[in-house]
Ligand binder design. Sequence first.
Ligand SMILES: Nc1nc2c(c(=O)[nH]1)N[C@H]1C(S)=C(S)[C@@H](COP(=O)(O)OP(=O)(O)OC[C@H]3O[C@@H](n4cnc5c(=O)[nH]c(N)nc54)[C@H](O)[C@@H]3O)O[C@H]1N2
Ligand SMILES: Nc1nc2c(c(=O)[nH]1)N[C@H]1C(S)=C(S)[C@@H](COP(=O)(O)OP(=O)(O)OC[C@H]3O[C@@H](n4cnc5c(=O)[nH]c(N)nc54)[C@H](O)[C@@H]3O)O[C@H]1N2
Ligand SMILES: [Mo]
Length: 767
Amino acid sequence: MYARNCSKGSDMAAKPPAGDPVQDAPQVAPPQHAAAGLPAIGHTLRVAQRQMGIVRTARTLLKVNQKNGFDCPGCAWPEGDERHTAEFCENGAKAVAEEATLRRVTPEFFAAHPLADLAARSGYWLGQQGRITEPVYLPPGGDRYEAVSWERAFAIIAEELRGLASPDEAVFYTSGRTSNEAAFLFQLFVREYGTNNLPDCSNMCHESSGSALNETIGIGKGSVSLEDLHQADLIIVAGQNPGTNHPRMLSALERAKSSGAKIISVNPLPEAGMERFKNPQTPLGMLKGTALNDLFLQIRIGGDQALFRLLNKLVIEAGGATDEAFIREHTHGYQEFAAAAGETDWDATLAATGLTRPEIERALAMVLASERTIVCWAMGLTQHKHSVATIREVVNLLLLRGNIGRPGAGVCPVRGHSNVQGDRTMGIFERPAPAFLDALDREFAITSPRTHGFDVVRSIQALRDGEAKVFFAMGGNFVGATPDTEVTEAAVRRASLTVHVSTKLNRSHAVTGRRALILPTLGRTDKDTQASGKQFVTVEDSMGMVHSSRGNLAPAGPRLLSEPAIVARLARAVLGEASKTPWEEFERDYSAIRDRIARVVPGFEDFNARVARPGGFRLPHAPRDERRFPTLTGKANFTAAPVEYPRVPAGRLLLQTLRSHDQYNTTIYGLDDRYRGITGGRRVVMVNPEDAAELGLADGAYTDLVSEWRDGVERRAPGFRVVHYPTARGCAAAYYPETNVLVPLDSTADTSNTPASKSVVIRFEPA
Ligand SMILES: Nc1nc2c(c(=O)[nH]1)N[C@H]1C(S)=C(S)[C@@H](COP(=O)(O)OP(=O)(O)OC[C@H]3O[C@@H](n4cnc5c(=O)[nH]c(N)nc54)[C@H](O)[C@@H]3O)O[C@H]1N2
Ligand SMILES: Nc1nc2c(c(=O)[nH]1)N[C@H]1C(S)=C(S)[C@@H](COP(=O)(O)OP(=O)(O)OC[C@H]3O[C@@H](n4cnc5c(=O)[nH]c(N)nc54)[C@H](O)[C@@H]3O)O[C@H]1N2
Ligand SMILES: [Mo]
């Protein structure tokens, strides 16, 4: 079979569509070797003032991550116990500015911009239009959205949901900004309605971490706190770009270094933040900065399982280097693992890493010199076919030397969206644990469905195949963030109804079912007042700390509803009198929701009282707290999977799709990627100069990227500027979401089913 798939959607177009003033014309300078510092502050204030003006900028930025303020809608990195006046980073400030912008998208805007116009715009342009102020509806056959009342909007959804042959024909997606309160109500409503079809952004993000950690240590969350990072001897940062995506993490790494920690970073790219950090909180930091990396391992994409296996083999062979008491008392499967590690073929495995033996030996020496080791990771480890096996191999390394469940040591998957971890804790999951459903059923006298629901990839397949007909999104940008853009967009267009609860416009609003609704909602920075008075919500950070968040700005418009209010009203419209759940009370007073969470979700006992304490509270974590491992064996499990790595045919490179410095996932803040030296455009492909020479790709040349997959379908992203860049040999890098069109829907990680968006085999064709 051979088919040609040339992208037409605006997010993928080679040139901006006619009428879209955003010009993509990348300029290239050498990459930088330090992150943050003065330029970051200037940049922050410029971006913030452009969106919010001076007064609002000051009022807003001073409240970010304060104990009486709101949780930054940027990343999920935790706040320390002592807070600075400015407890935010450049990219957190951009996330805040995007939300607290003074620009507005009103019903008049929709009257002036028919759907076809929205569909022709870039994601950047859509996001720049501002906050959505009123619910709008696209009727069947309509050419544009029109204003609609909330009552009518909920009635339309109820009519569609009630008309389905089965509740399993509806899909309810969640992005990771949703608060604990909203998430808990959302999953309750969806289960009362009758389905577990609760896919979320986590399916595309840290699902591989959850799968690997659940199996090996018995809980799918990280085991370290900020204090642990400060106390570590060795921190390995693998597959993560904290300078851009978790800038506040650099302060923690700096502090660890000042107490003597060593840092190894494992990455195909030399990311500026890991090279040198100029701490904006200290004068000396601003001037000189701190070099963070002690060792940079420039791994080949997908070579991490091989690297960690080689390290493990060497640790075992070193003799006396393993923590025998810990292994005996707390682990299972050591003998099998040691045997498998012993048999590892050195040359083939080393080739997969792209590293040299001396480099591995330097890393080994650092591992052996460390009594307290932490491994941090993000998307560079989770978005490959063999991601779950890779993360299990990371766990093996930590188990060998007893580096879990003691201070300064452990696993640290660094989460993305600010409440993605909390949403999962609240039950946003297509494969919920029976114990969770039992507790939910007991509390609300309902019968939750027990069959597993659809994750993100299965949801797209179900929409494509007509198995699912209604698509409802609690935030996010489903068609922008998911793989195989053309397949996904066609799938979503088959729906009878698409609904988006959103703060701002994005591509998903332009790709609709037969009917569509946009429901505008409050963001983190907005004041939330309900019948019982001013409300706050709660979130859980990447390290299991739960704390409150309260916005202080006048909402973007008088007709916005909060997410809990939207779910409560939707539930009443859909479930009617049959539901005995007190939805009205939940909308009136969120502490009533928290009382229920306290009775359903373990670790939230006495929730309202404990979250009232400044800084909040830490959720229990058996491996960290008591070296107890609630796995199937009752011990921490060594696992001995065969070593895998991507095979790339001659003349092809392995493409990773990643973030620039000026974006938050599909929200594009600007066209620059400052640390990588790229400005004014996003359609670039970074290629090692030696590979480029072999492939005849001159710096500055324009090329189409064509992905090759076993289904024989040719996926093409046209018009990328070649940038010679110091990435590992055999590897290439380009930005997401422009390159999502290249990621095949069926190319996913084993077990976790996460799209393999960091392992795309591509060839180049002159544009
Ligand atoms: N400003 C900002 N902050 C964000 C986000 C944002 O878009 N903008 N997104 C948020 C979200 S949802 C998430 S999940 C996180 C994402 O945070 P990251 O995971 O840091 O994001 P990516 O840009 O995808 O970067 C992946 C990193 O892994 C490296 N990498 C790629 N392939 C491999 C590999 O095979 N092996 C190794 N060892 N490394 C590899 C890349 O070179 C890059 O440095 O950030 C969160 N924070
Ligand atoms: N190729 C490729 N694809 C990827 C990735 C990759 O690295 N490469 N990364 C994946 C990852 S890690 C993730 S997490 C996903 C992200 O997937 P999503 O979470 O679906 O995408 P976002 O771009 O974060 O969603 C942005 C939209 O959320 C809405 N929004 C913002 N704040 C709020 C709020 O407070 N409430 C509500 N209701 N809506 C709000 C706005 O309308 C905004 O346009 O993308 C994944 N896709
Ligand atoms: Mo993410």
